[in-house]
Ligand binder design. Structure first.
Ligand code: PGA
Length: 249
């Protein structure tokens, strides 16, 4: 059975005190034990978040990492730095990284390799822009993002990969893909995976949906057969809302 996952992407929000407060508040919530729950605070809070969540079911995930092992890359953080502080999963390829920091599919393929070489799990984010959906090329765009970012991996490496389909037009806009739109794309993703690898691999990978998931729409989205959870931005900054989303399964 596929893992159900809800991860909170805090983006560039919350200072140290607010980060601690949010994790405390989350730990005080009762969370569905069948769901893997994680938060992705900014780099500077990761060490504190790992210590704070030591005895809880909340995992700590990085938002990004650099592809090189070390070197003259001012302002960057490597995979081994993350594992050295107890972080064992990273997001990669978030649409804000792609749009504002010019991360390409080719670069992301290198980042994925660096993460896996260092034993990290990857939550790989991708999704089409509004214009691409309007031009009806959204399935092609997603196929390309998967092909160029991930299809160099062998089947064993896919055990470390979680996918997060996030249509860019639904991120932070309050506009959510309809449950049918999410299901249709998630089914497409599995068929592309089955084509490239096999059906067993396609059925085993958790595929999350992201983009304006809220307590009010989470259960309808999560009830779709190919949706295995969510990557939550705005609503993950509120403990009660995030817990309600976790418990929406
Ligand atoms: P949102 O962000 O829930 O605020 O739309 C989702 C994301 O960017 O991961």
């Amino acid at each position: 059975m596929r893992r159900k996952i809800v991860a909170g992407n805090w983006k560039m929000n919350l200072d140290a005190a607010a980060s601690k407060e949010l994790i405390d508040a989350l730990q005080a919530q009762s969370l569905n034990p069948d769901v893997t729950v994680a938060v992705a605070p900014p780099f500077v809070h990761l060490g504190a978040a790992v210590a704070q969540t030591q005895n809880s079911k909340i995992g700590v995930v990085a938002q990004n990492m650099h592809q090189a092992p070390s070197g003259a890359f001012t302002g960057e953080v490597s995979a081994s730095m993350l594992t050295s502080i107890g972080v064992h999963t990273t997001l990669l390829g978030h649409s804000e990284r792609r749009a504002y920091f010019h991360e390409t599919d080719a670069l992301l393929a290198k980042k994925v390799d660096a993460a896996l070489e260092n034993g990290l799990d990857v939550i790989f984010c991708f999704g089409e822009e509004l214009e691409e959906r309007k031009s009806a090329i959204h399935f092609d765009v997603v196929t390309r993002q998967l092909t160029d970012g991930l299809f160099h991996l062998d089947a064993a490496q896919w055990k470390k990969i979680v996918l997060a389909y996030e249509p860019v037009w639904a991120i932070g806009t309050g506009e959510t893909a309809s449950p049918e739109q999410a299901q249709e794309m998630h089914a497409h993703i599995r068929s592309v995976l089955a084509n490239q690898y096999d059906n067993e691999l396609a059925q085993g990978v958790s595929v999350l949906y992201g983009g304006s998931v809220k307590p009010a729409n989470a259960s309808e989205i999560f009830s779709q057969p190919d949706v295995d959870g969510g990557l939550i931005g705005g609503a993950s900054l509120n403990a009660a809302d995030f817990a309600a989303i976790v418990n929406a399964f």
